[in-house]
Design a protein around this ligand. Sequence first.
Ligand SMILES: *[C@@H]1O[C@H](CO)[C@@H](O)[C@H](O)[C@H]1NC(C)=O
Ligand SMILES: *[C@@H]1O[C@H](CO)[C@@H](O)[C@H](O)[C@H]1NC(C)=O
Ligand SMILES: *[C@@H]1O[C@H](CO)[C@@H](O)[C@H](O)[C@H]1NC(C)=O
Length: 926
Amino acid sequence: MKTLWCLLVVVLTFSGSFAVDRNNFKTCDQAGFCKRLRSFKPEKSQYTLDINSIILNGNVLLAEVTTIDTESDRRTVLWNYILKLSALEDSTFRVELNEKEPLYARYVTQLALQHEPRPDGINLVSKDNGKVVVTNNQGHKVVITAEPLKFEFYDKNGEVAVVLNENSQLLVEPLRKKREKTDDEDVNVVEVEEEGMWGENFKSHHDSKPRGNEAISLDVSFPDADQVYGIPEHTDRVHLATTTSGEPYRLYNLDVFEYELDSRMAIYGAIPVMYAHGTKHTVGVFWHNSAETWVDVVNYADSTVVSSLVNLVTGGQKRRVDARFMSESGIIDVFVMLGDTPADVFRQYTALTGVAPLPPRFSLAYHQSRWNYVDEGDVRSVDDNFDIHDIPADAIWLDIEYTDRKMYFTWDAEKFRHPSEMVANLTAKGRKLIVIIDPHIKREPGYFYHEDATDNGYYVKDKDGKDYEGWCWPGSSSYPDFLNPVVHDYYASRYSFDKFPGTSKDVHIWNDMNEPSVFNGPEITMPKDCRHYKPPENGVEGIGSFWEHRHVHNEYGLFYIRGTFDGMQARAPGQRPFILTRATFAGTQRYAAMWTGDNTAEWGFLAASVPMCISVAMSGVSFCGSDVGGFFKNPDAELMTRWYQAAAYQPFFRAHSHIETKRREPWLFEAATTGLLRDAVRRRYALLDLWYTLFFEHSRDGLPVMRPLFQQYPKEEATFTIDNEYLLGDRLLVRPVVESGVTSVKVYLPGADTQTLWYDVDSYQPHQANGYFTQEVNIAKTPVYQRGGSAVWRKERVRRSSSLMSHDPYTLVLALDWNNTSEGTLYIDDGETYDYKEKKYIYSKVKYTPEGITYSFIDDSASYPTRSWVERIVIAGLKTPPKTAKLSQNEKQTALLMTLHKGNDVLVIRKPGASMAKPWKITFSY
Ligand SMILES: *[C@@H]1O[C@H](CO)[C@@H](O)[C@H](O)[C@H]1NC(C)=O
Ligand SMILES: *[C@@H]1O[C@H](CO)[C@@H](O)[C@H](O)[C@H]1NC(C)=O
Ligand SMILES: *[C@@H]1O[C@H](CO)[C@@H](O)[C@H](O)[C@H]1NC(C)=O
């Protein structure tokens, strides 16, 4: 939503120059561990596996690892570690390395995995000549070299696909006791301790580091990779850049005011998964760690990498990418996913961290937000204006000002006197209300939440064990410790309708500021030495009895939204909740949609919304969008139009704006612009059933809804770096216009080798895939193409909201491929309950061949009493039209009327009238 604005900026106009204040955020050199680890470049890794210690237990290989002082002749053992290599289902391995006897337990990330990963079998093939060879049951081989320790993972064709510690950057800094220097100690014997070992400073902030240094690092090599992707959230390209001459990619959830484009700086989200793709295979690594993390990348094909290095590492063969993960704490815990296609590896990642559950259908429609709709009258007028201007809308949003002085779960008693009635007025038109609830709690005497939290010790503690106090929207604030199950339950129970009066099942939730944002904290977040709950253990006291914020930082926001999700489930068990979150981590998709935070009304931010959402979609979170129109500053009519047109084809479609911007609801522009915005929103509604079907399919297969081209065309090298266009499922190709004043754009059409046809959705004109072509665009045009061979169901009647469209008739658009066929799926249910789990839905397939069209149920045992029927069938790319068409349904046969549009080979079957509740068939004769 916003950051320091109100506090820092009293008088500032939006024409002022916008730029992030980089001084507020650390560079790698200013983060002690990043500086330390980045300069750690041993000749040879000190880590050695003791082959004789190997034990196989179920799907796990256990072994001892030591670090050995190889410089000295005596080969002294420096430290002992335990290695665990687990074989997991679906071509995945897990490597864990922890201290054998750590001084305190080291933190293992808690919420990223949806459940304990499912095992595969592991087989010990050999352990001689200093190498251990194991295989899983799917025949993937792993070769572990004992000294120095190295892991090679092979793809299913027997080629090395992922190597760990090839560059000797494995490091687990052992936990040590702070030495109190005594007088009689010989100063020469005292170990030399690293600078900052027991405390470091950033600006005016001191981090006390009670456990000292505890960082970890590991290098990962991808021989044969052309590009690596993932590790969002950043504002640069989808394929990751070589970082050697600049900052590494940083993963640390931060509220970055006026974040900048083309940057590897950390922003709100941190999802530590990386994919490597080449023409041979696609693989991935998931770095299971919630501490601050920096990632270096070297792509040997990048021109910035000096050729002597390329020669040294790859023997002149440029294909190869090396990466290196550096985290401030935790254990080495990395999942290696062996693909071998992009779709395989995306699925493997969601098998670990979960998929997004089927969202309520309304959440895929259009949302209208602003900081702030000021009172009930404002909400009513916005609501009414959508109807007056014939623009559909599904939700109106309330930002922080609806509360009683920023106390969440309360209403401003003057401005929002009748919240229940306000909600009822919206729901009468099928619309919802979405209100913001943030994690910070106002320290206000008499505020129930603050009193309960204080009395019961629910707040995160500072380094001395007192309730931590920071500064946020309400002023002095504290932050509940959602790691504590009691706090989780307390917070979740706040959502019950009796405790949050004025809400109903039609009020959904926006969780913002959950990085967490702390205006006066280091880097605008919580100090790392704050203390979180750790389950009590016998005999553990002092430093070992709590977790520090540094261990959990990147998953704090996930703990928070899990509480929201559980609360919304409990308040109305039969209803699917909708939650929007700003902070993200691995696993966020199980609870919430995300958006790209406080962007700016500039063309560059519109353009950046595309790669940013593709990147998070590859990292499990398909439900992504940006503030439409831009949060800061005022968009002109052209930018506003292009943003609506682009967002109409992005998963989360919400207009939102800063409190100091001009009002910009769609009807406040000139009539021509309002017309274009209306058209964009209506296009979204016409395709809602496609969106809903794609999200249903994601909930089954874990694949991104918004896909990079290389997912569907993995052998086509040009697609590896295209991130200004994308696919929706495997059906639509979208190339939004994100440039000002253009009359044409270049569009890449993939699939030339299979003679793929792409039909312009406006004209049904087919284009044969052949790389780039030039598409002319006027201000009304968004280049979108339907793949030949696919079927798309549309609903073309304009309603006020999506729920009023539930039983509307369909238009079926069949786009034929070279073989004169096409097919596609459709999912239908009630759109809001969990009845689909009791088989109350339709999941169908429609298939066209020159003989006819069949509509059949994929899930035979499921059904749903839809009253929808088929209003129109459009067949594009039809060369030889049939003479007659006959519909068969329920033993009845009906002759159908057809119109042929010769100019573009389109046949329209008028009013077939078939019910969508039962299978049907249309037969052609020639
Ligand atoms: C609800 O709608 C009615 C009828 O339009 C209106 O009179 C009333 O003021 C609305 N209530 C609120 C709280 O907006
Ligand atoms: C056409 O059909 C053939 C045979 O079924 C198949 O191999 C080919 O991939 C299809 N071509 C297209 C463009 O769908
Ligand atoms: C597709 O239909 C056209 C026109 O009817 C025909 O000439 C062509 O052979 C068909 N293609 C295939 C692969 O059957």
